[in-house]
Write a protein that binds this ligand. Sequence first.
Ligand code: SAM
Ligand code: SF4
Length: 706
Amino acid sequence: MNVYDSERVAGLLTQEGYELTAKLNEADVILYNTCSVRELAEHKAVSTIGTLAGLKRRRPEVVLGIIGCMAQNRRKELFQQLPHVDLLCGPQNLVDVPRLIQRARQGERRLMALDRGDYEVREEIKTVRRESQHKAWITIIEGCNYACSYCIVPRVRGKEISRSSSAILEEAKQLEEQGYQELTLLGQTVNAYYDPAAKIDFVDLLALLANRVRIPWIRFMTSHPGKTDRRLFEAIREYPNLCEHLHLPFQSGCDRILKEMRREYTREKYLELTREYRQVVPGGTLTTDVIVGFPTETEEEFQQTVSLMEEVEFDDAFLYKFSPRKGTLAAKVEDDIPREIKEERHQILCRVQDRIKRKRVERFVGTYQEVLLETKSKKDEGCWVGRTRGYHKCVVQANPDLLGRIVDVKITGVEEDTLRGEITGDGCQRNNVGAGLVPAQSSISFRAPTRGAPTILGISFFVFCFLSSVFCFLSSAHAVTHQESLEWLLLQEDYETLANRGESLSRDYPQAEYFYLSGLGYLKESQFDKARGQWSELVQHFPRSPQRVKAEIGVADSYYLEGKNEEALTRYLELHKKERKGEFHPYLLYRLGQCYQKTGNQQDSQWYFEQVQQRYPNSPEARWAKTKLKEGTVFSVQVGAFSNRRNAYKMERLLSEKGFRCYVVESVDGGLPVYRVRVGKLATQREAQRLRAQLTEHGFSTKIFP
Ligand code: SAM
Ligand code: SF4
């Protein structure tokens, strides 16, 4: 939905004479569309927008805005945290974005559009500027009438409002004319759709679109089990242009937890639905969402979730660790499942699902599948990556002019969990929707910049989204053109390029800023000496630079992350003396707590963790400190810390194959995610040393962590 919202805002601004630019450094307006569903998404957004402070200092005329759920949720608190931001706009006020930008350009600051009393249906945004020329999204229903106890969506997106079926049909017809191959209908609870004027419910709408719109593939997400029934499955079976894919989150396999979550169905009801789906739509894809570590979830209750996954055998699953969101019912209950247990349960589910997914995709080998070719493969020369009707990823050897086409593919194998295939015949998929062929190439392309428009500005447009697949899609769409911006590399988490090629890209940056950003790149690549080198240069040559304090903290962080705890402690203590009131004080208190914990001084560690909670109760550091205090001391051996999730899980698999019981701990450091691979949970340091010796014998380099 965030992608579609971004496309709608881009459409609005294009109409006003703005142009989209792929170059961050040339943009006059930068907007971040954000998500609030989990805390990590908010941290990432805040941290990345924070890195734009330097750009705003260099070019104060640039308008910087945050739109979407995080703006709605955090409201003016964001201006305190990110003082360089000019405007905030909630998801129900997107139509106000051009007006806000205009006011900001006239010199107004701290503008907000967050409460739309007269908000009905956003038909006022007529033009959508779409990122893809082959796949399109349409939000058909906004908001949500459920009240799941963990979920922030109803708070930030309001009550359900369905768009009129005639407006949806009109938009879908336009997409058909433009040659789109795939249309996804979106809604938090998409199957709650109801157009009261036309008396059309969700299944009626599917039938209407399937009959009247000649787009070869139509999908929808996310369906709520409480609104799902046989009629929906029969529609999927009946209409050839409805893809055989149902995304049906179950969240927990335990009735007590489902009740606590206020999900309004039981385990048995959910299982019945899945059995019926499989019977009516044989071979159809079934995907889901799950939350582990919901407050009070016992081991036995978690095992019920595992058993449900084993029983249903989903094709894919988004697995989340419970993240308390302020303002929800679940956040009022004590978050009593320690982080380590959440991690462990998450790992167990990941392993179960990986095994099931592999089994599910293997059944396609030797079959023929339709595949929509979407992007060029980065890994395999001459190959394209696409999706099947059932949304399985498939790598296909293909001629470039088939990009954006649906082709017939013979599935020849599976690599990890990705299908591999070869095009059969001429590769062209005949149109199964009506008469004739699907147009050879979609006719829409991104328009050239508007000439002679009243004001021609550039807008850099990025999306933060909790659905990693959507985020990746946008990232890859931008990847080539944004390469010359250091901030963009940070946004992409491409620390390797930032560290190693940052210098060649630094021509537009003041030196202090370049030193700071490239230091971050080295840190994330675990090149600690080089990171310290960059930051020491900054501190020495630019002592009055606004980046100085951050660079000094960076040096301390680099020692800490390298495991040189004594050196880190000395640095943090020095900084703590100088920065007793500044914006970094909670962070320093928290780090001091951690350093003392690691050096075995539990008393001082506890004191600092308590300090941060007492003095800055609403800060993220206070929440982290609370978790640390609850955890007590457990020793484990760390085998690596990765900025890339995939690499962490690769290491985890390698260790498991060698018989080590390991897990990945996901956390946020300096606002960016870190994935630490650890082995064992031991009561004493001596046991940890023994384990470390075993790991060293296998050639792993390690550190012990309390
Ligand atoms: N409306 C859909 C449904 O009913 O299942 C889901 C939409 S929700 C925005 C997307 C997913 O985020 C949820 O299915 C849930 O698994 C996850 N989620 C939402 N709030 C969460 C929280 N506080 N902690 C962890 N995961 C959460
Ligand atoms: Fe959130 Fe989905 Fe529940 Fe609505 S139905 S409250 S969007 S999880």
